[in-house]
Design a protein around this ligand. Sequence first.
Ligand code: GUN
Ligand code: ZN
Length: 447
Amino acid sequence: MTAADWRGHPVRGTFVHAPEAGAIEVLDDAILLIGSDGGIEIVARAGETEHAALAARSDLIALAPDRIVIPGFVDLHVHAPQYPQLGAALDVPLEVWLGKYTFPLEASYADLDLARERYEVLVADLLANGTTTALYFATVHRAATEALAEICLRQGQRALVGKVVMDDPDACPDYYRDASAAEAVSETRAFIAHVRAMPGNDRVLPVITPRFIPSCTDEALAGLGQLAAECDCHVQTHCSESDWAHGYAIDRFGKTDTAALDGFGLLRRKTILAHSVFLTDADMATVKARGAGVAHCALSNMYFANAVFPLRRALERGLHVGLGTDISGGPGGSMLEACRATAQASRMLEDGVNPDLPAAERGVPHSRIDMLTAFHLATAGGGVALDLPVGLFRPGYQCDAVVIDPGVAQGTVRLFAAKATESLEKILYTASRPNLAAVYVSGAQVA
Ligand code: GUN
Ligand code: ZN
């Protein structure tokens, strides 16, 4: 039985999570007691005294023995309004793509009915893909961004949502920008108040969202830095994404994106920096010192970043890192795809790509990341970066989960004689939507 509501019940099944990079923990035939608020109260392993007591309860929910349950995915970087553009418009570099395709698309979200219709589809699709937490960039429009927050809450997705700030008239088109720095900050302040006051809101958080340094004035960046300190909110922005974007901050400020953002008070414990491909050693030290996190968007980086993010180096330096799809810079909305791209891109970085070079000069040795590390980053790693209790099956964490059915005929996992619990890597590489039997946020079924 896969009951639609686990809240208040003991749930018996096989749970697999990744508390550390590169390793998984299998909780075979475990029982999780889910509280009425969707939090995990007890994790009882087979053979423990609590296990026998919970197993005897008449309200026990027992999952089919061939299912495995993994933590819901945390997508650390999604541009919600870009979903209609997924898989399209990938023929030009970032700085052209923004003006040619993306700003015109995002500007259309001034139409609130259009915004609502499209955001409903996006949130439902991401939940069906197993994304239980998403960190969203919306658009400059406050009303449509509030609608996105409301849709996430109604559909049950844990979400962090930001009204995009882009106020520099020299960089942003007249048809799509904040009227002034002061208005950008006051609209962000009003958005934060709205989200925090949404009735019944137990899962949607507001995010301070300067798009990136090239689209913002100094006044807006400084104002948002002050607001972040005042409201203790999450912050998100793009950082050193491509050669062009990385060079832009250096030309304007004589310092890197990271150093400039830090100077504006925007690098904080709950800041997420998308991409961050060109971080210097000093930048990594600053990100680590502030406790900020990186949203690694491996698929999108193949199109726009001009290079591969040195993920292994960042992990070895102790940075918080999670994964992002970067819809629509990356042409995929599934965190399974993000995990695959992460592992694959790291192999390209390690070996290098130019066959004209000798093997010894081609790549960056010791760069590879295995699939189980990618899975850790896509779940527990995202939770740590956001400072939220998600991504693990532990007491005190929220019960955000995906029930995997590896055997469903329409799916794409073929285990033959292998045991599912010993085949997580294979499942992560080959699963598709039919294999995701059910998705839960805070113990309630959402897909
Ligand atoms: N930099 C500024 N805006 C964007 C965006 O929408 N997508 C990506 N990938 N990079 C950006
Ligand atoms: Zn982005």
